[in-house]
Design a protein around this ligand. Structure first.
Ligand SMILES: N[C@@H](CCC(=O)N[C@@H](CS)C(=O)NCC(=O)O)C(=O)O
Length: 339
């Protein structure tokens, strides 16, 4: 018996070390590589799009930049991987990307099936319908007998079928593989309803040859909490991504933005001091520097700045903040406190 115990202990120890060596953290992988690999939409105005010079921009792109800012103090250290709706979760699961930031709706099934986990909701959305004004329809309940353009691999298709069946309306699905193809099919009259997240409808309506010939119905038929997604196997990385979103929201709540960050560093307000790291070292347990949130806000901005320039008042889309207002301003954006 005496001899067996050390053998068992030795075996246990080697397995423990073996396991640790095999599973390098995502943070370490990103740091060693020198860049973040971020999965984004191939092209959705306001969320992720690439200009003629190859520069990516958008609400989801800014989230990738915020993570790179926290890790590297340089928001440009991102490699963007454009992903279709159907490929996005496999790309994350297969480690082709470190983070998915692509107008993805948080659902229970996605966390159950894919080994992935949403870090929160960066944008509360809901599904709507775009129709030609010539249909003379005022409500989604009048859409009986529609031909509906929709993208496979999305929550959109499941929601719209539920909605039509619940309301005893007939429908025909026209599958299109990308936003571009959906627009083409709609303009060619292959479908007379285009459905997706309301934010996506704003973006797609703009790209029609005659936007004023189409209208977005007032009905919202689902909840679409859009947010960043990571793999389930790395709690440290999950926390980093989650707290970067919370830091941007807390910065807005505290009145700290990219233009006021230097003043914030001199602030005596306890909550501001904790955000900017002049009191406490809240990033340390997650492998981040004391100034992690300063890096994010200085180079990317707080939540309001990111929302406004990409999808809100100062963007082409002009989407009202609505549900995405902070909790103390009539919305439901509510970040856990840094303390
Ligand atoms: N939020 C929904 C829909 C996401 C989605 O992929 N929407 C489409 C329609 S706007 C899109 O972004 N397509 C862009 C493309 O693939 O080109 C989901 O997570 O399933």
């Amino acid at each position: 018996m005496r001899k067996v115990i050390p053998i068992v202990l030795a075996l246990g120890t080697s397995l423990a070390f073996g396991g640790a060596a095999l599973s390098q953290t995502t943070l370490k992988t990103v740091q060693d590589r020198g860049s973040l690999v971020c999965g984004v939409n191939p092209g959705l105005e306001g969320f992720a799009s690439k200009d003629a010079s190859g520069q990516w921009s958008g609400f989801d792109v800014d989230f990738c930049r915020a993570v790179a800012a926290a890790v590297f103090n340089d928001p440009s250290k991102v490699q963007y991987v454009p992903l279709s709706a159907s490929d996005r979760f496999d790309a994350l699961k297969n480690k082709q990307i470190d983070l998915l930031s692509r107008n993805s709706s948080w659902t229970m099934g996605r966390e159950g099936d894919n080994g992935v986990v949403f870090t929160g909701a960066t944008y509360y959305d809901g599904q709507g319908f775009l129709i030609p004004k010539s249909r003379n329809v005022q409500s989604a309940l009048e859409l009986d007998g529609s031909k509906v353009c929709v993208q496979p691999g999305t929550t959109t298709e499941l929601n719209y079928v539920d909605f039509f069946e619940t309301n005893h309306m007939k429908y025909e699905t026209v599958h299109e593989g990308s936003a571009d193809e959906m627009i083409k099919a709609y303009e060619a009259g292959q479908c007379n309803v285009l459905t997706t997240d309301a934010s996506g409808l704003f973006a797609m309506r703009q790209r029609l040859a005659k936007p004023s010939d189409s209208m977005i119905l007032p009905d919202i038929i689902s909840k679409e909490p859009l947010g960043p997604v990571v793999r389930q196997d790395d709690m440290q990385w999950f926390n980093i991504v989650k707290w970067i979103n919370f830091a941007m929201l807390n910065a807005e709540e505290l009145g700290v933005g990219s233009k006021t960050i230097d003043e914030a560093l001199k602030s005596q307000k306890p909550a501001v001091k904790r955000l900017v790291g002049t009191e406490g070292d809240f990033g340390k347990p997650f492998g981040l520097t004391q100034d992690w949130a300063v890096r994010v806000v200085r180079s990317v901005g707080n939540y309001a700045e990111v929302f406004d320039r990409n999808v809100g008042a100062h963007s082409k889309l002009g989407i009202p903040r609505g549900l995405n207002e902070l909790w103390n301003n009539g919305g439901i954006q509510y970040a856990a406190p840094i303390r």
